[in-house]
Design a protein around this ligand. Structure first.
Ligand code: SF4
Length: 1016
């Protein structure tokens, strides 16, 4: 056969090199010795690694569970055992509510979905929304108030509060996470009125303070920037990963951006996305053009762009005549032309961590372009503080050190771990007589306080708040607090009033204030819909402030950047600032770009690695070189990771790792669980984003569990893409014939034989009865940006276990969706990156079914490749014969280990999805198209219409429902009008490894890019 006519796709530098060592590794499929069943993993190791995550998978894994159950003596209304109920609620993310729907089984929430009615989710979710259910049942959560480290009760805490806070003249510092709750902010005002010497600081390690400060400089008002990317034809991101889950409004933004890339025919148009960034981000990988610029040079780049625009549009006189090292850069001219040509329909964004001056310049550019009111709004968010919180936080820490603070009250924050290192918060805390905190875990801060109060999970408590754009909604509890914790409003109210009040009453009181009449109906509607009003915060008609020009003149003459090596510290893609560190699902979710699990690493470009003498270990090896990084006299050692597409002379570090003592999953245990390094010690008040650094290679190595080379397709034809104009010229670019120089094997022979099913096959044709629906899936690679939400949604829905770092290293990860990230082209320094979710393909002529000696994997009448777990004898022939490598094998009975000695199994088992069988040692498993959802929909359809064919859209797989980019289509292929059938008819539709004639029911829609010819 002839060569495949396509671009090079590679997962790692090793695959790009494709030497003999790599080929041998890829052929082996699993690392050496990885398939041994006899390799012992100690019980102690499992106990450490699993926390709630594996225990979820495990309850039913005990083959003979002994359980005593009692029926209801009186059946509660609406509760039918086995039939889930759904309630609306919301999850606070950095203070902003994301609307969710919680699935409840007999009073216990088991799954979270996006709320279609809520503007911040519109039915989508982030990885943090999906993993929140695991947080609820985390056995390591704090379980009671502690007084000086000793177990206490919330009544004792209330008694303490009544007496201690009776002194209203004491000097109190409240340090709180961001919180948009009107109830919370009302109690906050009560606190500030009651305590005459109180101060209030909102502290978020990666909050939006600099954006608000920037808008203050630009417009003289402390406003939130809220984009409407649906209206944007051109989007320019200046180091802003706004599509990633780490952004508080990522779900809404991902929906908006991807909605403008749904090309269904050759008349379709797409937005164009540019990313200027130092490290390779998800937004950068989705962009049509990506430019590598050091984080410290983003400011200069922004001013150069503003200066170039000042000669094209009015309103940027402050930058007129300014020039710097970027002024002659091709990108500046191209971006200035593009933005000016799309004035009013473009959007410029900058990462939260960049300076207020960068945000001021970005705001001024958007204003001058006429984007304000169209693609971007500046919102009055009532909860945004009237002060520079960075400065206020530094001031209050200085006051603590000076002995000027009598009591510190901390709500949801963990500054001992996350505060800028130069403030030495821990030391300051020791100077305060009384310290009170509310937190989820007995974390680094909670260990050092007088009174610690365990926080109720948001699924256990009443609350309220606003979405990022300002829609008001309610947090509705789904279950009684498992550990009798207090919510933020209950905690704060206890401090202010000295009594324990119910969160329900507090929230209802707030909402009664909104309505003059008809409260009961309005309240019922809010609880039903999960949204009170879809009105946004008031958008302000902005104009440049009188001080803007002077501020920018100062800024452009003081542009700071580093020379030589710089270190950049960012929130981690899966653990954020560390608050999600004890969730095994997120620890084991591969980083979307590096595909590293359970660890953070020092990212650097291939050229930087070379200059430092860093080399990657060989194929199948996982001992990575360790570098020592020194910033302002503080040093740490961390494994080096060569990241194609990273800017040179810079290292990127991420937060959240290297924790001690907050929980079994988060804490560092070599071999089994999370490792990584706490990088906060390198972050100071003067280098919240970047700093000059000394970096040197050490003699040490460190083992990393990375999945990027696991389940390799060994360079076969699995991904297709073209530019929008190529698609318009050749709509069939994604067809087999367009990519290959030979026809589909066996097709000509089939035609000769008059066989209309497709190419001839060695396998018997399946028969699919007309009365059954025929399920199929299409994944739009033009929408998918690799966020991994589908992976966590699938894990939550299907009780998929976490297996720990040691097992991942052996290639035994259990995820039913593998999210492949490919680099494209031959250039390791500046490649494009693309993402491809790979679940089971549900082949009609499935190679796995042909080799199973016990018929444990077979085909259903509705076209699904199904597993009969109790028939499986674990030969793994099916996995060997699957060309897509999507089958997963349970090498151990992890859950049984856990449940025989673990903590509190009564709580852990509550997170199980009772509709999904749990697998045990020696059993193969893989994507089922969420057969439990499919069958429920079929039963409902049959009851209503007599046919098992549900109406299109009534059944969604977990991955499809969760995807914030609406990249996954699923439905009945016998319904010509179903969305999935339409997608399958689209010219962009193609099958992975079509030449094997497996006839996969899951297919892909080829990716399109929309490059600017000026940058070709
Ligand atoms: S398909 Fe999966 S990885 Fe891709 S955008 Fe959707 S949720 Fe994210």
């Amino acid at each position: 056969m002839s060569e495949v006519k396509q671009t090079t796709y590679w997962k790692s530098l090793k695959e790009l090199a494709n030497n003999q060592e790599y080929q041998k590794f890829a052929e082996r499929e699993f690392p050496e010795n990885a398939t041994e069943l006899t390799d012992g993993v100690s019980r102690r190791g499992f106990l450490r690694v699993m926390g709630a995550s594996v225990a979820l998978a495990g309850l039913a894994a005990c083959r003979r569970p002994v359980q005593k159950i009692l029926p209801y003596s009186k059946q509660p209304e609406d509760v039918v055992p086995g039939i889930p109920l759904y309630y609306a609620t919301s999850m606070p993310v950095q203070g902003n509510l994301v609307g969710l729907i919680a699935e409840n089984h007999e009073g216990r929430p088991t799954k979270l979905e996006g709320n279609d009615l809520h503007p911040a989710s519109k039915g989508g979710t982030s990885i943090f929304n999906q993993a929140a259910i695991l947080g609820l049942y985390d056995p390591d959560r704090s379980r009671s108030p502690l007084y000086n480290g000793n177990r206490s009760t919330k009544d004792d805490f209330a008694a303490f509060a009544a007496s201690h806070f009776a002194n209203t003249s004491q000097r109190i510092a409240f340090i709180s996470e961001a919180n948009s709750s009107p109830t919370y902010n009302s109690i906050k005002q009560q606190a500030l009125s009651k305590f005459s010497n109180a101060s209030w600081i909102t502290y978020e390690p990666f909050g939006e303070d600099n954006v608000v400060e920037g808008n203050q400089i630009a417009f003289g008002q402390r406003l939130r920037t809220h984009y409407n990317f649906e209206n944007a034809d051109v989007i320019v991101s200046l180091n802003d990963d706004f599509m990633a889950s780490t952004h508080p409004n990522s779900v809404e933004y991902a929906k908006q951006v991807s909605s403008r890339r749904k090309v269904t025919d050759t008349n379709g148009e797409m937005n164009r996305v540019y990313a200027v960034e130092d490290s390779f981000t998800l937004t950068g990988s989705y962009a049509d053009h990506r430019l590598k610029v050091k984080a410290s040079e983003i400011e200069a780049f922004t001013y150069a762009l503003a200066a170039a625009l000042s000669s094209r549009i009015n309103g940027l006189g402050a930058f007129s005549g300014y020039s710097n090292q970027f002024s002659d850069h091709k990108w500046i001219t191209v971006l200035a032309d593009e933005l000016a040509a799309n004035a009013g329909s473009s959007a410029l964004t900058a990462g939260f961590q960049h300076t207020p001056e960068v945000h001021a310049a970005v705001a001024a550019i958007n204003q001058a372009l006429g984007n304000a009111g169209s693609t971007v709004n500046y919102l009055e968010a009532p909860h945004i503080d009237d002060q520079n919180n960075h400065q206020a936080f530094a001031d209050v820490v200085a006051d603590m050190k000076a002995g000027n603070i009598d009591t510190v009250v901390m709500v949801g924050v963990n500054p001992v771990h996350t505060a800028p290192a130069d403030l030495d918060f821990e030391n300051a805390l020791s100077n305060v007589e009384t310290v009170v905190n509310l937190s989820d875990y007995v974390d680094e801060t909670a260990k050092r306080v007088t009174w610690h109060v365990n926080r109720a999970h948001f699924l256990e408590a009443w609350g309220d708040g606003f979405s990022y754009g300002g829609a008001r909604s309610v947090i509705q509890p789904q279950i009684q607090p498992l550990h009798d914790g207090l919510s933020e409003i209950e905690f704060l109210n206890t401090i202010v009033s000295g009594t324990l009040a119910s969160g329900y009453d507090l929230v209802q009181n707030t909402f009664r204030g909104y309505y003059n009449s008809g409260f009961d109906n309005r309240w019922t509607n809010i609880l039903h819909d999960g949204i009170d009003t879809t009105d946004n915060f008031d958008a302000v008609n902005v104009r440049l402030s009188s001080g803007f020009n002077a501020a920018m003149n100062r800024a452009v003459s003081n542009v700071s950047s580093t020379s030589g090596m710089e270190v950049v510290i960012r929130p981690d893609a899966t653990l954020y600032d560390g608050r999600y560190a004890n969730l095994g699902w997120l620890q084991e979710l591969p980083d979307p770009m590096t595909k590293v699990t359970w660890d953070n690493v020092a990212l650097m470009s291939p050229a930087t690695a070379k200059s430092l003498g860093i080399e990657e270990p060989g194929a199948g090896q996982d001992d990575f070189d360790v570098v020592e990084i020194t910033v302002n006299g503080k040093s740490l050692k961390i494994a080096a990771w060569i990241q194609p597409g990273h800017v040179d002379d810079a290292i990127t570090l991420t937060t959240g790792y290297g924790r001690e003592g907050i929980g079994r999953v988060a804490s560092s245990y070599v071999d089994y669980t999370a490792g990584g390094v706490d990088v906060y010690p390198l972050r100071g008040t003067t280098n919240m984003l970047f700093a000059s650094a000394n970096v040197s290679k050490t003699d040490e190595t460190y083992e990393i569990a990375c999945v990027q080379d696991h389940h390799s397709l060994e360079g076969r034809d699995m991904y297709r893409q073209a530019t929008l104009s190529e698609y318009k010229d050749n709509p069939d670019f994604a067809s087999f014939e367009s990519v290959h120089t030979y026809p589909v094997p066996g097709l000509a022979e089939a035609k000769e034989n008059g066989d209309t099913d497709g190419p001839i096959s060695l396998f018997d044709e399946q028969t699919f009865p007309d009365y059954e629906p025929q399920w199929g899936m299409a994944i739009d690679l033009n929408s998918c940006f690799g966020c991994g939400v589908c992976v966590i949604a699938c894990q939550s829905e299907n009780n998929i276990p976490v297996i720990g770092k040691k097992e991942v290293k052996r290639g035994r990860e259990m995820h039913w969706i593998r999210n492949d990230r490919y680099y494209v082209g031959d250039d390791a320094d500046s490649p494009q990156a693309v993402h491809q979710p790979v679940p089971c393909m549900h082949c009609e002529l499935a190679p796995c079914e042909q080799v199973c000696p016990v018929a444990a994997t077979t085909h259903s009448e509705d076209g699904m490749n199904q597993m009969t777990y109790n028939r499986c004898i674990g030969t793994r022939y099916c996995a060997n014969n699957c060309p897509y490598k999507v089958r997963r094998f349970n090498f151990f009975n992890y859950p049984k280990e856990y449940l025989t000695t673990g903590d509190d199994p009564d709580i852990i088992q509550m997170a199980m999805n009772p509709e999904v069988t749990v697998r045990f040692r020696g059993v193969m498993e893989k994507c089922t198209y969420c057969v439990q959802r499919v069958n429920r929909a079929k039963i409902e359809a049959k009851k209503e219409t007599g046919s098992p064919k549900p109406a299109d859209g009534t059944v969604k797989t977990a991955c499809q429902q969760a995807c914030p980019a609406d990249a996954i289509y699923f439905g009945d292929l016998t319904d010509d009008n179903s969305v999935v059938a339409q997608m399958k008819r689209n010219e962009r539709n193609f099958q992975m490894l079509e030449e094997l004639n497996t006839r996969p029911r899951t297919s892909y829609m080829a990716k399109l890019t929309n490059p600017n010819p000026a940058l070709a």
